[in-house]
Design a protein around this ligand. Structure first.
Ligand SMILES: *[C@@H]1O[C@H](CO)[C@@H](O)[C@H](O)[C@H]1NC(C)=O
Ligand SMILES: *[C@@H]1O[C@H](CO)[C@@H](O)[C@H](O)[C@H]1NC(C)=O
Ligand SMILES: *[C@@H]1O[C@H](CO)[C@@H](O)[C@H](O)[C@H]1NC(C)=O
Ligand SMILES: *[C@@H]1O[C@H](CO)[C@@H](O)[C@H](O)[C@H]1NC(C)=O
Ligand SMILES: *[C@@H]1O[C@H](CO)[C@@H](O)[C@H](O)[C@H]1NC(C)=O
Ligand SMILES: *[C@@H]1O[C@H](CO)[C@@H](O)[C@H](O)[C@H]1NC(C)=O
Ligand SMILES: *[C@@H]1O[C@H](CO)[C@@H](O)[C@H](O)[C@H]1NC(C)=O
Ligand SMILES: *[C@@H]1O[C@H](CO)[C@@H](O)[C@H](O)[C@H]1NC(C)=O
Ligand SMILES: *[C@@H]1O[C@H](CO)[C@@H](O)[C@H](O)[C@H]1NC(C)=O
Ligand SMILES: *[C@@H]1O[C@H](CO)[C@@H](O)[C@H](O)[C@H]1NC(C)=O
Ligand SMILES: *[C@@H]1O[C@H](CO)[C@@H](O)[C@H](O)[C@H]1NC(C)=O
Ligand SMILES: *[C@@H]1O[C@H](CO)[C@@H](O)[C@H](O)[C@H]1NC(C)=O
Length: 636
């Protein structure tokens, strides 16, 4: 090799002569080798899709100063291929830039490609349109599934290959699937993925799997010729966990790919916290066992837009907009006690010369004068702007080719119903506002298992059902469609047919367009008291106070409002639902605000009731405040 190299020197520059970096598994000695030297990582999870792009560098920098030498991120297929064959790798989806920024911060990257990622994201990161193929069997070797998977990997993996460690990039390891052993046992599927990754990424890169620390998970999760790693949280007996791993993989480094700093959170449930001391204790045990560890999450971030998942199927629960996760770096990028405790511990294991004196532990926040929201239009006023479809039976979101948001189902009663009559929507996913002749009749909810509603209606009445998709499952029930699945009946015997179905995706583009139309003087709608509890849009133009350092991060507080979404300057900040809790405020990042006078636009689509209802003279305010509350009171 050396001789060859010296010979080459005669012809080419010295650079070509030095072999690129190497990152390998030394199975015999239970360790990794980086450039031939024993190596272990202490990594942290951060998901580029949950952190505003302008903050990527800030968060990565803080992770490096915390003492980490690597980061771990999932790749979210649904964000990159929103419709079949249409790809998005720009802006917030610029994965290559994110990986390059990590390298600039001297962080290695562990990439979890999926294609299934779970991650408490809508459909576990799968694009919804997969469900448009009848009988598709996700996460199996079903060709209906593997064909779009391969097409996606052939787009994604060539972008990844130049970023691999052996090619001068920061990526040391690539994960296949995600906790597959908790789900299935189609080894043709997982070995197909392995072979595809090898074909597209070459033979050098370390491929790995992650599964729960149980024999049952590892039996089907493990893929031959792929490094097996496990995941568990604090309080676990590390010696026992390690023994379980080695029962399935006799040699190789001991890796915990998800060491939990906190946990995911649901609406109407307590906010879960993991105490610092037990967290540090088990982390220390892991490090004493020479383990490589990834802390999940190190910085959780936010489920902006409609990307939060639900879980639980028949016990369906939607997750919060916040993905704070009680992580060492909190949702707004501030450093917590857990951060400093980890930093102190890591220093004993990964001696490093990082100068962390200038790390700012908490960034300044701004609070703004109350913003007065103006009523713009009810959902019924807006119908002419929505695309409509006619169908004998209700269509699901997927059948209507709609990813997220809302669908309004409308039909007329053509018989004489009993008084009262029971409307039944057994296939509701997930929450529905029912209107008879455009008057509020009640709310149905899958979470509450309320599928029947007693209503007053007559022959000729118009029935409207506005269904909110509260997030596809990320775990186990991810193959479920959304909207109304099945039929709707009155008194369980009259089948309702001939529906007009309005698609209301409220995606950035469509939202802004509708608002522009609604703001025209000729389409002005007035608020009327009969609008009591009709989902409506409210709007505000506002100016930031003239403070030199503004805009700064802040949190939207919607006391007095019920449930809805808030869109700031075209950025969907996600769902607010303070009456459900425990999340009371939603994160509004500084970079989403504008400085010029009158240049900030806030829209609120309120589903349940605005402060207007009780008092039309109410100024109908929302507030931007300095204090974030994700662990407040919750309904139960
Ligand atoms: C070294 O990295 C360069 C890109 O930086 C790549 O083109 C080349 O193939 C790599 N060499 C080897 C031996 O992997
Ligand atoms: C896996 O592939 C083999 C060989 O093609 C086939 O016999 C077997 O039925 C497949 N298993 C599954 C679960 O598809
Ligand atoms: C962990 O498990 C091992 C083996 O079962 C046992 O010897 C040890 O006492 C346990 N440690 C703790 C802290 O419980
Ligand atoms: C950790 O690695 C060191 C150095 O190779 C070795 O001496 C020690 O026995 C290892 N500890 C464990 C628990 O494997
Ligand atoms: C956070 O910053 C403040 C102000 O700079 C400082 O007083 C405090 O000690 C810092 N906290 C930690 C845990 O470093
Ligand atoms: C309900 O009846 C009215 C009046 O005939 C009609 O304009 C409307 O289109 C019907 N709605 C549906 C959903 O069929
Ligand atoms: C319902 O109304 C329609 C239209 O007015 C009428 O043709 C039909 O006879 C009515 N049905 C009953 C059961 O009254
Ligand atoms: C709705 O009812 C019709 C008529 O009974 C039936 O053909 C159809 O399969 C039902 N739809 C679903 C999704 O069950
Ligand atoms: C539904 O529409 C079809 C076709 O327009 C019509 O024949 C049928 O009578 C309608 N059914 C009801 C219950 O209105
Ligand atoms: C909001 O501000 C913009 C820019 O000044 C203006 O064009 C628009 O009419 C305003 N809208 C409302 C509803 O005040
Ligand atoms: C709203 O304000 C108007 C004008 O000031 C007043 O006449 C009316 O009584 C007020 N309504 C309520 C419910 O306070
Ligand atoms: C908001 O409304 C309140 C009460 O009507 C009023 O006092 C305040 O000046 C308004 N704020 C702005 C910024 O217009």
């Amino acid at each position: 090799m050396l001789t060859k190299c010296l010979l080459l020197l005669v012809f080419v520059t010295a650079v070509a002569c030095f072999p690129n970096g190497t990152f390998t598994v030394d199975y015999k000695n239970n360790q990794f080798l980086k450039n031939g030297q024993p190596f272990r990582y202490v990594s942290g999870s951060i998901h580029y899709f949950r952190v505003p792009q302008p903050y990527w560098q800030d968060r990565l920098h803080k992770m490096r100063l915390g003492g980490l030498n690597a980061i771990q991120t999932y790749v979210e297929w649904s964000s990159h291929e929103p419709s079949p064959g249409h790809y998005d790798f720009e802006g917030q989806n610029n994965l290559v830039e994110f990986i390059n920024l990590a390298q600039k911060e001297d962080l290695l990257v562990i990439l979890r490609v999926g294609p299934y990622i779970c991650a408490e994201r809508d459909m576990g990161g799968f694009p919804y349109w997969l469900l448009r193929t009848p009988n598709i069997k996700l996460r199996t070797s079903d060709p209906n599934y593997l064909t779009p998977v391969d097409r996606w990997l052939e787009i994604l993996l060539p972008k990844i290959r130049p970023l691999l460690y052996e090619n001068g990039g920061p990526i040391i390891m690539v994960q296949i699937e995600n906790e597959y052993g908790s789900y299935g046992c189609d080894l043709n599927y997982t070995s197909h993925l392995r072979d595809k990754f090898r074909e597209m990424l070459g033979h050098q890169v370390v491929l790995f799997t992650t599964d729960g620390n149980g024999d049952g998970y590892l039996r089907c999760g493990r893929i031959p010729d792929v490094l097996t790693t496990i995941d568990f949280g604090s309080g676990t007996n590390v010696t026992e966990a390690k023994a379980i791993l080695y029962r399935h993989q006799e040699f190789g480094p001991f890796v915990n790919s998800e060491y939990y700093s906190g946990w995911l959170d649901y609406w109407q449930s307590p906010f879960v916290q993991v105490a610092v001391n037990p967290f540090i204790q088990t982390l220390q045990q892991l490090l004493d066992h020479n383990a490589s560890v990834n802390i999940y999450m190190y910085h959780g971030g936010t489920n902006f837009d409609f990307k939060a998942s639900g879980n639980g199927g028949n016990n369906y629960q939607p997750t919060l907009t916040s993905y704070d996760y009680d992580a060492p770096i909190n949702e707004a990028g501030d450093l917590t006690d857990k951060y400093y405790a980890i930093q102190k511990l890591i220093k004993q294991y990964l001696p490093d010369t990082i100068d962390d004196r200038n790390v700012k532990n908490v960034s300044s926040k701004m609070s703004l004068p109350p913003v007065n929201m103006t009523f713009l239009a009810t959902i019924f006023d807006m119908l002419p702007w929505f695309v409509k479809i006619h169908s004998k039976y209700p269509l699901t979101f997927e059948q209507a080719n709609q990813a997220y948001g809302f669908i309004l189902y409308q039909t007329n009663i053509t018989f004489q119903p009993t008084n009262p009559a029971v409307l039944a929507i057994p296939g509701l996913r997930d929450r529905a506002h029912v209107f008879v002749d455009r008057r509020f009749a009640g709310i149905l909810s899958r979470t509450q298992k309320y599928f029947d509603l007693s209503i007053l209606t007559h022959n000729g009445s118009e029935l409207s059902i506005l269904v909110e998709n509260q997030g596809r499952c990320s775990f186990s029930c991810f193959s479920e469609q959304r909207g109304i699945i099945g039929n709707v009946t009155i008194n369980k015997k009259h089948l309702l047919v001939n529906w007009t179905i309005y698609r209301i995706p409220f995606q950035e583009h469509s939202f802004t367009e509708i608002i522009t139309q609604l703001s025209q003087p000729k389409t002005k709608f007035r608020f009327a008291s009969s609008h009591y509890r009709i989902p409506s849009i409210y709007y505000a133009n506002f100016t930031l106070p003239n403070v030199p350092e503004y805009p700064l991060d802040t949190f939207l507080r919607t006391d007095g409002w019920g449930k809805g979404i808030a869109v700031l300057n075209g950025h969907n900040l996600g769902r607010y639902w303070p009456v459900a809790g425990p999340q009371i405020t939603i994160y509004a990042p500084g970079p989403y605000f504008n400085e010029a006078p009158d240049s900030n636009q806030l829209f609120v689509f309120e589903l349940d009731e605005s402060p207007y209802w009780n008092d039309p003279n109410n100024s109908c305010q929302v507030q931007f405040v300095k204090q974030h509350i994700v662990n407040g009171a919750y309904a139960h």
